[in-house]
Design a protein around this ligand. Structure first.
Ligand code: CMX
Length: 136
């Protein structure tokens, strides 16, 4: 496993992008909607890892609920894996509580993801992600 990205929940993606791109001068890889997760995201490359800003697309999005409860801030840490199906299988065999029974294909089939419940990890939502289209 390696660190893939840190996800930050924000209220207004366009405003947040202005800070990370124009003030911090981080390299913006792209902005996209991920309807499967009810979010719009901006992905920035920071060395070998990424910072992902997430804005809710609807009030029932996990991001909207998170911001309502805790405010803006770090929402999850994502671990990159080579084969997420294998990892999910292994975690399930160890009774780890996952969000989805099987890893979910998102972002037009470019990523496959699942999440480990924060109560198992010391209060941090952990994503496991396999990138099917690799970033340079
Ligand atoms: N990090 C840490 N703790 C979190 C959390 C997060 N991101 N989200 C919720 N919690 C905590 C809450 O504070 C709450 O704690 P207490 O019981 O101590 O009050 C507890 O978890 C339950 O919170 P909840 O609001 O009732 O939320 P749910 O249990 O319904 O869901 C979670 C929480 C993490 C299981 C759910 O949001 C989930 O499965 N998330 C994965 C999917 C997701 O987040 N998608 C958006 C990102 C998509 C992407 O990266 O592309």
């Amino acid at each position: 496993m390696k660190l893939d990205h840190i996800g930050i929940a924000v209220k207004n993606l366009d405003e947040a992008v202005k800070f990370y791109r124009d003030v911090l001068k981080l390299e913006l890889e792209g902005i996209e909607e991920v309807p499967e997760e009810k979010v719009r995201i901006a992905m920035f490359k920071v060395g070998d890892v990424h910072i992902e800003l997430l804005e809710a697309l609807s009030p029932d999005s996990a991001i909207a609920k998170f911001i309502e409860k805790k405010g803006e801030g770090i929402h999850h840490i994502a671990l990159g894996v080579d084969n997420v199906d294998e990892v999910v299988k292994e975690l399930k065999s160890k009774n780890v509580q996952l969000t989805y029974d099987e890893a979910k294909l998102v972002s037009k089939g470019t990523r496959k993801i699942n999440f480990i419940h924060p109560k198992m990890t010391g209060g941090v939502l952990l994503e496991v992600v396999e990138r099917l289209v690799k970033h340079e």
